[in-house]
Design a binder for this molecule. Structure first.
Ligand SMILES: [Zn+2]
Length: 337
């Protein structure tokens, strides 16, 4: 019986197990960076033209690549057929379980948002409430690779067991397993701040950067050496609970003077200055070259926060409210590249 169930589930989404070789991913990544001919892919990837032809044929028949017509590489010579990602070839869902709503986006193969939807969550919402919301917004289908979920930590990225801060009844919830059983799709769960920094790195080149998320709480997603840094227990980035003021205001974590508590107790320019001081510490500690600000608090008055951080390469996210759900979807989609 379990065997039959596994086969049925398997057939409902794209069989990508055969497309996850290193060379397949290299070809997809090169095509994502710009429409290319088979010859230029071979040169860039260090593969033989024959090998590239085989890989491309397989990716086209899987519906992930398509030919765009003829281009001339460097003027003279025979025109070559160029390739691009087939946007509709596969899609992924991303969800953000926030304090008061579940926001879901559907991404095409190029990472663009095809649709977005949101359902409110009642105060003290339970895990079954979240599963109901996801089931209402996610439509499993043939080309759906899976669902990524971003949620507050702490959590374990490897097994998808979550115990988000400040949510009563949410201790040790196996969210990944519960969502997979409910939706019949592969699910991956990560911290909201981690998927947020992943989304920023998808749009532009970043190596050593922090995504500062200022919502109900305050956290960072860290990109170090081009990779998301999760730490030994998926706990990295609890930036909001670093002490910035001895004997400062009481924090939800039970200690005093955390950045989160000091920031929340301040208003306007003073709040921006508190965040700027804390971000300055982070930049010095990790030698970061890019900072991206995000979250409802920042989006309400972005200029106030930007002005408080002169001398740093700081920007505000261009994703708006879709930042976390897009990043969660990219966690799934990114496995192809
Ligand atoms: Zn704290």
């Amino acid at each position: 019986m379990p065997l039959i169930k596994a086969t049925l589930l398997h057939n409902r989404h794209v069989d990508l197990t055969s497309l996850r070789s290193h060379n397949d991913r290299t070809v997809l990544r090169l095509v994502r960076s710009g429409a290319l001919s088979r010859a230029s892919i071979a040169a860039e990837a260090g593969l033989t033209p024959q090998a590239v032809s085989k890989i491309v044929a397989r990716l086209i028949s899987a519906g992930l690549l398509e030919e765009t017509g003829a281009v001339r590489d460097g003027g003279r010579g025979k025109p070559r057929t160029s390739l691009r990602l087939a946007a509709g070839g596969a899609c992924a869902y991303g969800a953000y379980v926030d304090r008061d709503e579940v926001r879901v986006v559907r991404l095409d193969l190029t990472g663009e948002v095809v649709s977005a939807s949101v359902v409110p969550l009642a105060p003290m919402f339970t895990p079954p409430d979240v599963l109901d919301a996801l089931a209402a917004l996610v439509e499993p289908g043939e080309r759906v690779l899976g669902l990524g979920i971003g949620i507050a930590g702490p959590l374990d990225f490897r097994d998808g067991v979550v115990s988000p801060n400040g949510l009563p009844g949410w201790s040790g919830v196996p969210l990944k397993t519960l969502a997979e059983e409910r939706l019949g799709l592969p699910v991956v769960v990560d911290k909201d701040t981690n998927v947020a920094v992943l989304a920023e790195a998808w749009r532009r080149s970043m190596q050593d950067a922090a995504l500062v998320f200022v919502g109900t709480g305050l956290g960072v997603g860290l990109l170090l050496g081009g990779e998301v840094h999760r730490g030994a227990r998926s706990g990295a980035g609890e930036f909001g609970h670093t002490t910035i003021q001895l004997d400062g205001p009481l924090c939800v974590c039970g200690r005093r003077g955390c950045v989160e508590a000091v920031h929340a107790a301040a208003h306007g320019e003073e709040a921006a200055r508190v965040l700027a001081a804390a971000v300055g510490n982070l930049v010095q500690l990790l030698d970061l070259d890019q900072i991206v600000l995000s979250g409802r608090k920042v989006l309400e008055s972005p200029d106030l926060y930007l002005r408080a951080m002169p001398g740093l390469d700081v920007s505000v996210t261009s994703y708006g409210d879709d930042l976390v759900p897009v990043g969660a979807g990219l966690l799934v989609l990114g496995e192809l590249f």
